[in-house]
Design a protein. Structure first.
Length: 567
């Protein structure tokens, strides 16, 4: 039995030979003459005059009566305390900002209400369900990319795809990834997960194997669409399985065993180990590798402001990659793992375990391009600071600007190869016409200070200089980094105004973060200026291909054109 309106799920189940009954929420309470093996409740319930948790309890009691003795209740619901509602998303049921956080003060009896984790589980346990397993779909249950569990919770840095407002406009009040990181570190993620998926039985049941994590890689052309599961046995032993999500993807899965064999041959770098894989029942099976990813290790160092240690770790990683890739070029195997990004590298003492080598090609690829891809991803996913700007990272690897421009074009071609004509979910927000609005209730103290300085020094400004370090388009969000200053009489240097302009000359709403730049200070005359925040990161939602940044101060104005194309 499944609540009405879930046509896609009903069709899928009927194709598998299941007998499916569709009911409205109210019908579910009235049905009394049939038993079901599975009952699915997708979405929240209208709560009427009762307290919301009492209404849920009534429904769950009825579902329990309708289940066979070994039956299962599946409940997929939003969390009324989900982080996305704090961050600026409208409530899914009321269409208003903050209404679930405020306890639905204006809700009508017919409108649906979400509960918190504590209240959902109270209602389920009060209804008599002895086995209640909670999973955490991310970003939410409607369009999940990953599903976590209490036995496999997210790690810092993993929850970085938060712009998924397919149903309405939203504000961006804060950086959700950074807040998620704080929540994860405080070990309170379950309470702030955006959604819950409950699997409930009347009695405890011994489970020999349990999927504790699942990730869907379905924003690709059909022949590359896969699902990755982490499975835990009764004895707590874990293993990883990758499954094809389409018939066309079976070859892609089968190639993983071939890739492992080729990459393991002539591996001249002893500290690099590729996790073994074998094909079993159309799935690629690997042992679960222990260790902390290099991505998380760097993230933790940056969060603790241990910048020197983070730089040493980056230099070490670049050197290891260079040595390994150069040694492979001298061997007889031409296989190259193109995706040696830091999230795919688990560090355990002095050993690197490469856990994902899905994008292995049987051709020689320039070593520098492999390193460039790793650094490009790091510049996007690691906390923003001077060390993690793409320019700084490329300097550490001694990759020239000319080569970087070439590799950026190659990366765009590679992403097009993966997605084909498939439209990623991150692009659907723009295609549906929904806006992502940076929240600027008031000018920050920083911007007030900059404006005050520029007004004070307006008549004394003699020149304006700027430089663009990098520009990237990640999930439809354009990010540009660089520095700019105005030269004032008596050899002083102050920040400048910065605007984003579209192709029609209209101002574009964006987020500007100013920062210190020691490298810029080093090239200027040695003197102390009262506000040396010449560096900047500026970001905005890219809805077209051409933009410009406008820098101005006093009578000086300079503009640079940028491309909004994704890469």
């Amino acid at each position: 039995m499944i609540n009405e309106g879930k046509t896609c799920l009903v069709g899928m189940l009927e194709k598998q030979g299941c007998k499916v009954t569709r009911v409205t929420d109210r019908d579910a309470i009235r049905i009394a003459d049939q038993q079901y093996d599975v009952i699915v409740q997708i979405g929240e319930l209208p709560c009427g005059e009762d307290k919301a948790e009492v209404t849920y309890k009534k429904y769950f009691l009825k579902y329990k009566e309708l289940l066979s003795s070994d039956g299962m209740l599946i409940v997929a619901v939003q969390n009324r305390l989900g982080l996305k509602y704090f961050a600026g998303c409208k409530d899914d049921n009321t269409g208003e900002y903050f209404s679930s956080l405020e306890g639905y003060p204006k809700i009508t009896q017919e409108q649906r209400q979400a509960l918190s984790k504590k209240k959902y589980e109270w209602a389920l346990s009060q209804a008599g369900f002895q086995s209640i397993c909670c999973y955490y779909p991310y970003p939410d249950y409607q369009f999940p990319m990953s599903i976590y569990s209490d036995k496999c919770l997210p790690k810092t840095g993993e929850l970085n795809a938060n712009i998924r407002n397919f149903n309405a406009d939203r504000y961006v009040i804060f950086d959700e990834t950074r807040v998620f990181n704080s929540i994860i570190q405080e070990e309170i993620f379950p309470e702030f997960s955006n959604s819950y998926l409950y699997l409930c039985r009347q009695n405890e049941k011994s489970i020999q194997e349990e999927v504790i994590y699942s990730k869907f890689s379905n924003e690709r052309q059909n022949k590359f669409q896969i699902r990755t599961d982490i499975v835990q046995k009764e004895n707590d032993v874990k293993y990883v399985v990758k499954y094809p999500l389409s018939r066309q993807a079976k070859k892609h899965i089968a190639n993983m065993e071939v890739s492992y064999q080729l990459l393991s041959e002539e591996n001249g770098e002893k500290m690099i180990h590729f996790c073994p894989v074998h094909i079993e029942k159309e799935g690629a099976v690997s042992p679960f590798a222990n260790g902390v990813s290099l991505q998380v290790k760097l993230q933790n160092l940056l969060d603790e402001k241990k910048y020197e240690e983070a730089e040493q770790e980056l230099r070490k990683a670049i050197e290891i990659l260079k040595n390994y890739l150069e040694k492979r070029k001298k061997g007889t195997s031409s296989a190259t793992d193109l995706d040696m990004v830091f999230s795919n590298i688990l560090v355990e003492e002095e050993q690197w375990n490469i856990i994902d080598y899905e994008w292995t090609f049987l051709q020689e690829i320039p070593s520098e391009f492999v390193i460039y891809r790793a650094l490009l991803r790091a510049s996007i996913e690691l906390p923003s600071c001077e060390l993690t700007s793409l320019t700084t990272l490329l300097d550490l690897a001694q990759i020239t600007t000319q080569n970087a421009e070439k590799y950026f074009a190659w990366e765009q071609e590679f992403q097009n190869y993966i997605t084909g004509k498939q439209i990623p979910a991150r692009d659907m927000v723009e295609l549906l016409g929904n806006q992502v609005i940076p929240f600027k209730a008031n000018k920050t103290q920083v911007e007030k200070k900059v404006e005050e300085l520029l007004q004070k020094k307006k008549a004394d400004i003699e020149d304006l200089c700027f430089h663009i370090d990098s520009q990237t388009n990640c999930q439809g969000r354009m990010v540009c980094s660089g520095w700019a200053y105005a030269a004032v009489k008596d050899t002083h240097f102050i920040p400048v105004y910065i605007d984003i302009v579209d192709s029609s000359g209209q101002l574009v709403e964006g987020t500007l973060e100013r920062k210190l730049r020691s490298d810029v200070k080093a090239m200027l005359p040695a003197r102390e200026d009262e506000y040396e925040i010449w560096g900047f990161d500026i970001s905005w939602t890219a809805k077209e291909d051409q933009y410009a940044l406008r820098f101005y101060a006093g009578k000086f104005q300079k503009t640079i054109e940028l491309t909004g194309a994704e890469g």
